[in-house]
Design a binder for this molecule. Structure first.
Ligand code: PRP
Length: 205
């Protein structure tokens, strides 16, 4: 009998993903379940890369990933992007180490000139939308020729700002996710999968 799955939607193709992947023993004490496996991420990243290649062909592309959560996503996406491009990381962080998005602090400014360039802003997760909205506004003020947004994860249930990303890896339920770059209190970024943190881990802090 199949176990009840978690619906994780990839843009364009709805996929019902079994509550797949077992949590590796090392993380079993802290991670409740695997939400998106390494294999599912790898497949989706390749699909996104193909779409981006089509859409940005012949453009003067600058990718602006937000630190720190995008590190794994960017490393994987970049190696599949056969396009001339440049990268300029921007540092932005919600103030504090808790689970709620709060005030935004810019920790690294851009070094490149974005004026008249085609800019792709990349983030790991679109949650309340405050970060993407605020950073999009900041980038738009620099007068790029075009500005598109790409997120690995989209947690629509928690949206506060009316904003959507142009490219989405997975639509996910309202669960506290960590791994593949996403942290809780700066930990768990190194998990190769996206997992759901056990509530007692964040309730305890
Ligand atoms: C996280 C995440 C997004 C943002 C999304 O950033 O990386 O940038 O929150 O939340 P929002 O849609 O509610 O604004 P965080 O400040 O935790 O920084 P990090 O990338 O260093 O983890």
């Amino acid at each position: 009998m199949p176990r009840p799955g978690i619906t994780v939607r990839g843009t364009g193709a709805r996929s019902r993903v079994a509550a797949a992947g077992r949590v590796p023993p090392r993380w079993r004490g802290e991670v409740e379940r695997v939400l998106i496996t390494e294999e599912q991420i790898a497949q989706r990243v390749r699909q996104l890369a193909r779409r981006l290649e089509r859409d940005f062909k012949g453009r003067d592309l600058i990718i602006v990933p937000l630190l720190t959560g995008t590190v794994m996503f960017m490393a994987d996406l970049l190696r599949h992007l056969a396009l001339p491009l440049r990268i300029d990381f921007m540092g932005v962080s919600s103030y504090g180490a808790g689970t709620e998005s709060g005030e935004l602090v810019f920790t690294k400014e851009l070094r490149m000139e974005l004026r008249s360039r085609d800019v792709l802003l990349v983030d790991d997760i679109l949650d309340t939308g405050r970060t993407l909205k605020r950073v999009s506004e900041k980038l738009r003020s620099l007068k790029p020729r075009s500005l598109k947004t790409c997120v690995l994860l989209d947690k629509k249930a928690r949206r506060v700002e009316p904003i959507e990303a142009d490219y989405v890896g997975f639509e996910i339920p309202d669960a506290f996710v960590v791994g593949y770059g996403l942290d809780f209190a700066e930990r768990y970024r190194n998990l190769p999968f996206v997992g759901v943190l056990k509530p007692e881990m964040y309730r305890a802090s």
